[in-house]
Design a protein around this ligand. Sequence first.
Ligand code: MN
Length: 420
Amino acid sequence: MGLSEYNRKRNFKVTREPSGEAPAPPRQEGEGLRHFVIQKHAASRLHYDFRLELEGVLKSWSVPKGPSLDTRVKRLAMHVEDHPLAYAEFEGIIPKGEYGGGTVLLWDRGTWEPVGDPHQSYAAGNLKFILKGEKLQGGFALVKLRGRGAHSGKDQERAWLLIKERDSHVVPEETSDVTEARPESVATGRTLDDIAADRSRVWHSNRAQVDAGGAPGARPGPVPAVLRPPRFAARATPPRGGGWLHEMAIAGERLLARSDAGTAQLLDEDGKPLTAAAVRKRGAIADAVRMLPAQTLVVDGMLAAMTPAGHSDDRALPGALAGKLGATLAYFVFDLVHLDGFDLTRVPLDRRKALLAELVRASAEPGALRYLDHIAGDGVAFQHEARRLGIAAMVSRRADSSYGARAGWVRIPCAVSATG
Ligand code: MN
C-alpha cells in the first residue's frame, strides 16, 4: 500500500502528525522486535486505531468499539491506509477540519509476534499474532470478512474482524471491559479530555511564572529576529579554579528554539530556521518548547538520540529523526537567551541557567525537553568524574559570561584515548 494515501490525506503545514517520507526498509526475518500501537481517536466518531509494524509501515485498522479480551466478541476492524512508523509515537490534537481531526491518545503499545509467516497471512487475510503490550497480551487474530454481508462495495473489501484467541489472557466481557477499565494513555497517563485541553493551556498561560526582568543585566527587548549561536572553542585541558560551570557535552545537533505566542520555531547552529520537513521530524521538540510557561522565549541546546541506557548517541540520531522506533529524542537546553520581553544575553550565565531551570521545572508538559545541569568548581575534578562515567567530552563556561561571549566557552575531551 505504501504511504502515498496517508500523505495525500494530510496537510502537514497544519497537523502535527508525522509525515510519511518513505517506508522504512523491510525488516529481515528474526531481526529485532515488531512494534504495535493502539491509538484511541476521538474524531467525528470515537474509534481505536490498531496498528501493526509490517513491511516497513504500520498496517492499520480502525476498530470502532476497540479491542476485547473475550473470545466470543468479534470486533469490526476496517482496514485503513498504511501509516509511517513514526506515527506510533503520536499523541495529541489533529486540528479541526483536517483529516481525522480530533484527539489522539496512545492507548496501548508494545511488540507483536506473528504466528506463521506474517506476509503470507496478511495477504491471505488471516493474521494470527501474539501481543505483548501494556494492556493487551496474548493471542489475537485479524480475519478478513468474506462474502456478502452488512458491508457492501468498497467497505466490504476493507472489513476485517479483530478476535481474541483462547489463552490465559482471556477476560470475559461480563467480568471487565479493557477499554472501560483502562481508558488512560500508556505514554502520559492522560485522558482524552486532558489531551484536548492542551491547546487552551498553551494559549491561556500568558503570565510568565519565571521573572526574567528581575535578573541583573536583563534589558527589555523584542524576540531577536536574528540569532548567532556562540561556538565552543576546543581546548585540551579543563579550566582550573573557580568561576566556571561544567556540563557534560551532549553528542547530537545544536538546536535553538524560539517561541512566540504559542508558535515555536527551530533554528540550526548558524541560527537559520529549519525547513518545514526538518521541523516535522522534530515535532515533539517544538511542542515541548511551546509548552514552556512563557509568551516569548529563546533557548539554546543540543538535540540528541538517547539509548535505552540513557546516553546520548549521535549515531542513533538519524534513525531517531527518521522515526525509527527504539531511539528516543531528547532536547537538552543549556541556555536562555530571551524570556517574555527581556533580552538576557548580558545576564551572567549562572543566572540565565537558574531562570532556565525554573522555566523547565514549571512546564506542565516538558516531554522531550531536559534542562542540562552543571557542576560549578574545578574543571579537572569534573573531567575526572566524567571519565569515570564514560562521558566523551565536557563543556565549560565562565559563570559570569554573557551569551555570545567570545572567551570563556570551551569544549574539552574527556575520554582517555581522545586526541582532541
Ligand atoms: Mn483514526
